[in-house]
Design a protein around this ligand. Structure first.
Ligand SMILES: [Zn+2]
Length: 414
């Protein structure tokens, strides 16, 4: 991208920086904690901002009352690929409210940072997408072919049933490539350009013991399910070996969390007859549910040989988190190259390629609809999200809008 084009985008965004932050504040002031989400009012605000910026083709799709997805189409009328840009309109709930230093539903600016629920995840990035798209239209429209779809969607924080799942499964929305503007920083903004979004699998171990009067545990043989479960937890922590292909973008491998929840026993004066250990594993590309099941079975067989008195079984959680697959986009995909060049033009150098630690709506765009997807490239840092006093640096929002405009023009270059 030549200097003049970058300069036009920079001027466009800097002149409208105040408006863009005001849009982020308006979105923050329109509560969408999920559940229940109820994204309709937020979608209307974003739609109005897009109209004011000269974008015309705006639709709001509502699979059920008030669960709204905005889809704005910028069609150049020239043959070319379709680029999907995605943000979500819902947030986590603000709990615990008492830990907020300012009202979570007021976008307060302090020391160059915008505070509020969803500031980083991701009403701030949503505003940056809106202004980035407008900058592409007004500053670089004469160089672009194909189409941009901007989808500001519902229900990311609680399973996407009313969001991308609905758009890809029921409406058949498709594109050639997708970028999600979720925050990609951990210790700093723009820390990496993630190509991988890890999958998740959740499962439970059940340990059967002998529920009986606790006074006779030394007179008859009993199995204390809580004690056996504790032994199982320690055993699995040391002995569960997962088989998976190494991945150089994610050298730490899968993240194993055994005992995310531990329940057992029926109370005082009773030997615990039942215990459950819940667990989750964040998976990498190349891992399969069959292999995961075999690895768990093998560890359990060893445990049963050592503690035959404890009856242990296990099962996956119901629903999508039983096995939500990981996703990956190729390092040489044209959208990855365009994004790296756009980031380098604004940030002086492109962030290193990496992996996104959690899951995103890439699961639906790529996992279901086969759209190669960058799972998270947006302003903000993950540790600031899903917690009180969420914030995003205003400078990072301004950078984001410019990067989005440039990557649109690069990927859709005539
Ligand atoms: Zn998010």
């Amino acid at each position: 991208m030549n200097e003049a084009a970058v300069g036009r985008v920079r001027d466009f965004i800097l002149q409208r920086q105040g408006e863009m932050i005001a849009l982020a504040q308006q979105l923050i002031a329109t509560p969408t904690p999920n559940p229940p989400g109820l994204e309709r009012a937020a979608a209307e605000i974003a739609a109005e901002a897009l109209r004011q910026l000269g974008l015309q083709a705006i639709e709001i799709h509502e699979p059920t009352d008030q669960r709204a997805n905005l889809v704005c189409t910028y069609d150049t009328g020239l043959d070319g690929p379709t680029l999907l840009l995605n943000g979500h309109l819902d947030t986590k709930p603000p709990d615990p409210l008492s830990d907020w230093e300012s009202d979570p539903y007021v976008g307060e600016i302090r020391e160059g940072k915008l505070y509020g629920l969803g500031a980083a995840d991701m009403k701030g990035p949503d505003a940056a997408l809106v202004y980035g798209l407008a900058a592409a239209l007004h500053c670089l429209g004469d160089r672009i072919c194909g189409k941009v779809l901007l989808a500001l969607t519902a229900d990311e924080e609680a399973g996407a049933l009313h969001g991308p799942r609905y758009l890809v499964q029921d409406l058949g929305l498709r594109a050639d490539a997708c970028l999600i503007a979720e925050p990609c920083g951990i210790t700093q903004n723009w820390e990496m350009l993630p190509l991988i979004s890890r999958g998740v699998t959740c499962f439970h171990f059940q340990i059967q013991g002998t529920q009986t009067h606790s006074s006779i545990s030394d007179r008859i043989p009993v199995v204390n399910a809580n004690l056996a479960a504790s032994q199982l937890l320690v055993f699995l922590q040391e002995r569960l070996q997962l088989n998976y292909p190494a991945n150089e973008l994610c050298p730490v491998g899968p993240t194993v969390n055994l005992g995310t929840q531990f329940r057992g026993g029926a109370g005082l004066a009773k030997i615990a007859g039942e215990a459950t250990i819940s667990s989750d594993i964040r998976t990498l590309p190349g891992m399969t549910q069959e292999q995961m099941s075999a690895d768990i079975e093998r560890a359990l067989a060893e445990f049963r040989a050592i503690y035959p008195e404890a009856a242990v079984s296990w099962h996956y959680e119901d629903g999508p988190v039983a096995w939500t697959p990981p996703t990956a986009i190729a390092a040489d995909h044209p959208l990855v190259l365009a994004t790296a060049r756009a980031a380098a033009a604004i940030l002086t150098e492109a962030p290193p390629l990496g992996y996104f630690p959690g899951g995103t709506d890439a699961i639906w765009w790529q996992g279901y609809a086969d759209i190669p997807t960058i799972p998270a490239f947006g302003p903000g840092r993950l540790p600031n999200c899903h917690r009180p006093n969420e914030y995003v640096a205003i400078e990072a929002l301004v950078e984001a809008a410019q990067i989005y405009a440039l990557l649109i023009a690069d990927y859709l270059a005539r």
